[in-house]
Design a protein. Structure first.
Length: 341
DNA sequence: AACGCGTGGAG
DNA sequence: TCTCCAAGCGT
C-alpha cells in the first residue's frame, strides 16, 4: 500500500512553494514547513499561496518573524481567517528563536503554541524525516474509504488514526504523509472520487462496495443562527479612520475593526463620536457558527477618539474580511466621499 | 468533550 | 441561495 502510494507520489507530487520535490537531495527548511502547515490548517492551498509568498519575503527566517511587530503580522494575516493562528504563530516563532531553532521531535514540537497533533507530526515527518503518523482530513477520508469505516466522524477518529499508523512506513514518512494528502486533494476527493485512476483502488473496500463517495460519514452539524450588528465607518478630514484593536481573545481577536454594537438579536447601538452619520446599507458575512448581517453607518466627523479607539491611516488589506466588506460598502457611499478628495 | 474560531470556492 | 468543506487548535 504505502509502496504503491510512494511510487504514485514520485510521479505525481504537486509542485508547491513550501515543498521539496520527492527524491531530491535538498532538505526542507523547518521554518517554511512549519509556516505552511499553520497556514494550511483548515485552509485551502489556493488561499495560502499568496500569504506564504508574502510572509517568506518579509520574514525569511524564524528569527526575522520573531522580531516582527505584532500589528504587522496581524495585518499581513488579515483575510486568511482563524486569527488565533497568527497570534500563536508569533508566540511560537519567539519561543523557537529563543531556544535556537525548531525542536526535531513530535514531543518538542507539540509543546509549542499553535502546534497540535497534526502539525507536530507533519513537521517532524516532513522537515526531520521522523516516522510519525500524520492525520488530517485527507488521511481520515482515505482511511475511512480504504477500510470502509461506517462509523461517523468524529467518533471514528481513533479507528482512523490506528489505520493510518499501521500504514505509515519507517522510511520516507514525510513523503508518505504528503502522498496521502495529495491523493486526498486530487483523487480521493470528498464529493466524487476518481477511483478509476487511484493507485489504492485494489485494496480499497469502499471502492469495492461502491460507497466511496459516501465516506467518511459525519454527524450532522447544528444550523447557524443569524445575528445582527451595527458598525461605524468614520473618516476625519485628514483621511484618518476611527478604528479599534479587538481584544486578543475571541472572534477576530487581535485584529483591527470598526467600532459598533454587540452582535445579537436586536443590539443597542450608538455612534462613538457625535456628528452627521447615515446608514449606507448592510453587508452579510458567514462565520464558522453564525450568519451576520452588519448595518453600516458612515460619515465624516472630527473629534477626540473615545477610550479604546484611535484615529489612524487605513490600509483596507489589513482588515479582516467582514470589516473590509463594511469598508468597501462605506467607501462607495457619498457619506464618506473617499474618492472625492 | 464539545464548542468557538474565518474565509472563499465548489457544487 | 445554501451547504459543505480545506494540511486543526485551544479551552
Amino acid at each position: 500500500m504505502s509502496t504503491a502510494l510512494l511510487a504514485w507520489y514520485d510521479a505525481n507530487a504537486r509542485v508547491l512553494p513550501w515543498r521539496v520535490p520527492p527524491r531530491s537531495d535538498e532538505r526542507p527548511d523547518p521554518y517554511r514547513i512549519w509556516l505552511s502547515e499553520v497556514m494550511l490548517q483548515q485552509t485551502t492551498v489556493a488561499a495560502v499561496k499568496d500569504y506564504f509568498a508574502t510572509f517568506t519575503r518579509l520574514w525569511p527566517t524564524v528569527e526575522a518573524l520573531a522580531a516582527a511587530k505584532d500589528e504587522d503580522v496581524m495585518a499581513r494575516w488579515a483575510g486568511l481567517g482563524y486569527y488565533a493562528r497568527a497570534r500563536n504563530l508569533l508566540k511560537c516563532a519567539r519561543a523557537v528563536a529563543e531556544r535556537g531553532g525548531f525542536p526535531d521531535t513530535v514531543e518538542g514540537l507539540r509543546a509549542l503554541p499553535g502546534i497540535g497533533p497534526y502539525t507536530a507530526a507533519a513537521v517532524a515527518a516532513i522537515a526531520f524525516g521522523r516516522p510519525e503518523t500524520v492525520v488530517d482530513g485527507n488521511v481520515e477520508r482515505v482511511m475511512a474509504r480504504l477500510h470502509a469505516v461506517q462509523e461517523p466522524l468524529p467518533a471514528s477518529k481513533p479507528v482512523l488514526v490506528a489505520h493510518a499508523a499501521a500504514l505509515t512506513p519507517e522510511a520516507r514518512a514525510g513523503d508518505y504523509a504528503q502522498a496521502v494528502m495529495d491523493l486526498g486533494a486530487t483523487i480521493c476527493t470528498p464529493k466524487s472520487p476518481a477511483c478509476g485512476i487511484c493507485p489504492c483502488r485494489a485494496p480499497c473496500k469502499a471502492r469495492a462496495e461502491g460507497i466511496a463517495a459516501e465516506l467518511p460519514r459525519k454527524t450532522p452539524k447544528k444550523p447557524k443562527p443569524v445575528r445582527l450588528g451595527h458598525v461605524f465607518v468614520i473618516r476625519r478630514e485628514d483621511g484618518a479612520f476611527l478604528l479599534e484593536r479587538r481584544p486578543d481573545r475571541g472572534l477576530l481577536g487581535g485584529m483591527l475593526g470598526w467600532p459598533g454594537s454587540d452582535w445579537g438579536e436586536a443590539p443597542e447601538f450608538a455612534p462613538p463620536v457625535a456628528g452627521a452619520l447615515e446608514e449606507v446599507g448592510e453587508v452579510r458575512h458567514t462565520f464558522t457558527h453564525f450568519h451576520l448581517i452588519l448595518r453600516v453607518h458612515a460619515g465624516r466627523v472630527d473629534g477626540a477618539a473615545p477610550d479604546g479607539l484611535g484615529w489612524q491611516r487605513l490600509s483596507p488589506a489589513a482588515l479582516p474580511t467582514v470589516m473590509r466588506k463594511a469598508y468597501d460598502l462605506a467607501a462607495t457611499s457619498p457619506a464618506l466621499n473617499v474618492a472625492g478628495d
